[in-house]
Design a binder for this molecule. Structure first.
Ligand SMILES: [Zn+2]
Length: 531
């Protein structure tokens, strides 16, 4: 399949402007294009982006030292015209002779173009109003575009930018100007069909400004490339949108509809995504669609429903059993999790410089050399019990070997340890603390190995948060310690607090009495009712 020469959208040499009504009268303002390349009446007025539906678009370019402008009354033609103009200017620089296509040569049988000023083949000023002149332009542009693309292509091929390939022979000129049918007014689409060589019909290249899904996704991804977003976020966006692009059967963004979104969600379920993941992923697609002015495709009930799981906590007896089964190294590691409430990654990147023995606290700080940034980009400080600091001091004294990044819990090579959770599961399994009933998402049974879902690192954080609240730490303070950017995340833990007296109340209630009496009057299990 021949590779397409990607023509510039409007090229560095052609500006698109719009004459709009501003506070200071009519002004020519630069347009702001959408990420998919289309125009939606957005212009920059004195540094601000405004929407102006009124007014006319203009192209602006330089030729032989002069600045030239042409009005494009039909707004759907603007992008294509800009593209052609840009091609024409490029062609001039590469030495293509466009004079062979001057309109004079081709006007004999057609109504003369009213005062059509010619800039080397394309005459666009003044605004055209007769069908004949439009048709003339159509033919000339088709011709120029073809020649120019061929010239550009060979130039790029010789410079090695693209692979050289046989040029498509220019069509006979008679083909370029078909006899105009009665009352024929060429539409934008018609013109594009005309300008496409018949050989390329099979590839169905969309019009340049039509906004294909692939183009739009690439433009969007460019906008969110790191450092704009975290690399991990960017990667997720890219995977999700590329997957959408590959599963969606449509080509143009404007054709994407509700069915495509539902189909994509079904696809995600089919590859094993959980409801929460599907929810997040369809959200990414919607965000991209929103930038293309496509909203409201999905109703509330279309979105996946998922249950927010209860936060699991370690009970005192769990912790006692665990720490009993740990050796000294393991004990300090998991005590650190429990007593700081830090996230897995934060513990992994904790350096000795983060432990302040004097102020009795532990800090979460960015580690540029390791590419670690605290979540929500905020460094913080967590007070810790003196007992933990004592244990850390002893632990430090045992580890005097060189450690490049000065990490507190590194791997044997001194790198951040990603396996702290696996190691925890191994301890639990070794000590016979597995629940014996669960199966991991990869199908591993906890009755057979270190896979128990009851033991995971984040559970220390849940336990820390709840314990702090129970002991009277204020919710604001806890928010700070946990490093939550919004209070709502911290408030989740409130629902697990203050349960101590609950059972006494329930056991004394009238309902409990009723239940007790009911069970008392029932026959013992297995007893047969006498007839
Ligand atoms: Zn288990």
């Amino acid at each position: 399949m021949p590779r397409r020469v990607d023509s510039p959208r409007h090229g560095p040499q052609v500006n698109i402007l719009k004459k709009v009504r501003t506070g200071q009268g009519w002004r020519l303002c630069p347009v702001v294009r959408e990420t998919n390349g289309r125009l939606r009446d957005r212009v920059r007025v004195g540094g601000r982006i405004e929407v102006h539906a009124e007014g006319v678009y203009y192209l602006e370019w330089r030729e032989e030292g002069r600045r030239l402008r042409a009005a494009i009354p039909n707004s759907v033609e603007v992008i294509e015209r800009a593209r052609l103009k840009s091609l024409e200017l490029e062609a001039r620089q590469t030495g293509v002779n466009l004079d062979a296509f001057r309109p004079e040569r081709r006007t004999e049988s057609l109504t003369p173009v009213p005062r059509a000023r010619s800039y080397g083949g394309i005459s666009v000023e003044p605004p055209l109003n007769s069908d004949a002149s439009r048709l003339l332009l159509t033919g000339i542009e088709a011709c120029i575009q073809e020649r120019v693309e061929a010239a550009l292509h060979s130039r790029l091929a010789t410079t090695g930018v693209i692979d050289a390939e046989p040029e498509t022979p220019p069509r006979a000129q008679t083909e370029l100007l078909p006899p105009p049918p009665e009352g024929y007014a060429p539409s934008h689409r018609r013109r594009l069909e005309l300008s496409r060589p018949p050989e390329s019909n099979g590839t169905s290249d969309p019009p340049e400004d039509a906004g294909t899904i692939a183009q739009s996704i690439d433009a969007y991804l460019k906008d969110v490339e790191p450092p704009q977003r975290e690399p991990k976020t960017y990667e997720e966006y890219r995977n999700v949108l590329y997957r959408f692009r590959d599963t969606c059967k449509k080509e143009l963004v404007k054709d994407v509809d509700r069915k495509d979104c539902l189909e994509f969600m079904r696809h995600l379920y089919s590859i094993g995504n959980e409801a929460r993941t599907v929810y997040n992923r369809i959200g990414i697609v919607q965000q991209w669609l929103r930038l293309n002015d496509i909203t409201g495709l999905l109703h509330g009930r279309d979105k996946p429903n998922f249950v927010t799981n209860m936060r699991e906590m370690y009970q005192p007896e769990d912790l006692e059993a665990l720490f009993k089964a740990c050796d000294a190294e393991e004990r300090i590691r998991y005590l650190f999790f429990l007593l700081t409430g830090e996230r897995d990654k934060e513990v992994r990147y904790t350096a000795w410089s983060d432990i302040d023995f004097n102020r009795k606290c532990v800090r979460v700080t960015a580690k540029k050399q390791l590419g670690f940034k605290p979540k929500d980009k905020e460094e913080r400080e967590i007070p810790v019990p003196a007992a933990l600091l004592d244990a850390l001091r002893e632990y430090k004294a045992r580890h005097t070997e060189f450690n490049r990044h000065d990490l507190v819990f590194p791997t044997s090579e001194g790198k951040p340890d990603k396996k702290l959770e696996n190691k925890l599961k191994r301890i639990a399994c070794r000590a016979g603390l597995n629940c014996g009933r669960c199966v991991s998402k990869f199908g591993n049974k906890c009755s057979e190995g270190p896979y128990c879902g009851k033991w995971f690192l984040h559970k220390f954080r849940h336990t820390f948060a709840t314990t702090c609240l129970e002991e009277g730490v204020s919710i604001r303070t806890l928010q700070e310690w946990l490093g939550h950017s919004d209070l709502a995340s911290t408030m989740v833990y409130l629902k697990y607090v203050g349960r101590q007296g609950v059972h006494e109340i329930i056991d004394k209630s009238a309902m409990a009495e009723l239940a007790t009496n009911a069970f008392r009057s029932m026959p013992a299990p297995g007893a047969t009712l006498s007839a």
